[in-house]
Unconditional design. Structure first.
Length: 385
């Protein structure tokens, strides 16, 4: 298992090194003279970090924002290689969302559309409440108009009943007067007549109040006196019965009017209670419907907020994962480039050392050869000169 893991790691390392070597080979074009002074090694550092909001991912800086820094003295020399601009490597499907960029237009439009939808629903709720209030006001006006109409009809009926009662009372008084007029006339003094009328109107008995004056006493004998007393008693009894009938009729009329009035009041109260119950039931139904609509709106708003938060969080996690992957890739590329550079520098130093050693070993031999050539030249000049 360890051998297999080691082989896999070696294969991955070789693949990364091959990719880096291909990249360097494409960048590097020729080798330079090692005798030339070595330029300072360019060191790269990132621009100052910018603090971004949590919902907005940090932008990826291109390679143009990297600045070279001087290397301190004493660093090992290396061959003059012109610095090549390393292009920024973006991962596939890299989506960077920024509110201030062009990609934030769709998000702003969606947010504005949701805000317009919420305002439209709030306006619909307000209009519904206003319509309910207007309907309640109209129902109250109709109820008051109906109540006023019923009260007017009730008062009119009461007035008619009072008029009819007065008419019946007048008819009964007229009938009583006719019956009294039909009785035999008896002369009475003014005080006795007024006393009898007052007693008749008050409902009292008039038997003891009627007194036959002495002028009407018959002088022919006791039989005429007895007949006169009998007629007076009959008249008093008939008057008393008529007064009792009048009082009973008035009492019955009053009881009937009172019963009818109570019955009308009960019917009016029952109708009013029924209308109030209907209004309350309708108001409760509308309030329940309004509460259901408000709950649905709140639930929809919370669901959209949760969905939006989840989408932002997913994008944020994906962005961080892509940034980490790019950092790892850039670190691997930089490490491979540094290893390649160090290997080339070591190879060049070894080549320089070998050349120096070769010159040092072949130097005396060349000196001897040059000296021999010079002596031979001098000899030839001396011989042929």
């Amino acid at each position: 298992m360890r051998i297999q893991l080691s082989q896999d790691l070696l294969r991955g390392d070789l693949a990364r090194r091959n990719k880096a070597s291909d990249f360097v080979h494409s960048v590097q074009q020729n080798e330079f003279d090692p005798e030339k002074p070595h330029p300072p090694e360019p060191a790269f550092h990132k621009a100052p970090a910018v603090i971004h909001p949590e919902s907005v991912p940090p932008p990826i800086l291109p390679s143009s924002t990297l600045h070279p820094l001087p290397i301190p003295a004493g660093s090992p020399p290396w061959h003059n290689v012109p610095p090549a601009a390393v292009p920024a490597v973006l991962p596939p499907h890299a989506a960077i969302v920024a509110r201030s960029g062009p990609s934030g237009v769709g998000l702003a439009d969606a947010e504005q559309e949701r805000q317009d939808r919420f305002e439209e629903l709030a306006g619909a709720l307000d209009r519904t409440v206003v319509d309910l209030q207007d309907g309640e006001g109209k129902r109250e006006q109709n109820y008051r108009a109906n109540e006023e109409e019923r009260m007017r009809v009730f008062i009119e009926n009461e007035r008619k009943r009072d008029i009819e009662a007065e008419q019946r009372l007048d008819a009964m008084w007229k009938k009583l007067e006719d019956r009294l007029a039909a009785l035999p006339a008896a002369k009475r003094t003014g005080s006795e007549s007024s006393t009898a009328a007052v007693a008749l109107l008050s409902g009292e008995s008039v038997e003891g109040n009627i007194r036959v004056p002495g002028t009407f006493e018959p002088s022919t004998g006791p039989q005429n006196t007895l007949a006169h007393h009998t007629a007076s008693m009959h008249d008093a009894a008939s008057q008393h019965a008529a007064a009792a009938d009048i009082r009973e009729a008035i009492r019955l009329e009053r009881e009937a009017a009172q019963a009818e009035r109570e019955r009308a009041l009960e019917l009016n109260e029952a109708a009013r209670n029924r209308m109030l119950e209907e209004h309350r039931a309708h108001i409760r139904a509308l309030e329940d419907e309004l509460s259901v609509v408000r709950k649905e709106l709140v639930n929809e708003k919370m669901a959209r907020a949760a969905e939006e938060a989840g989408r932002h969080e997913q994008k944020r996690v994906e962005m961080f994962a892509q940034n980490d992957m790019m950092r790892c890739q850039m670190g691997d590329l930089i490490g491979l480039l540094l290893d390649r550079r160090d290997a080339k520098a070591v190879g060049r130093r070894n080549d320089d050392d070998e050349k120096r050693r070769g010159l040092m070993m072949n130097g005396p031999r060349l000196a001897y050869v040059c000296l021999g050539v010079c002596l031979y030249s001098v000899f030839l000049v001396a011989v042929w000169g």
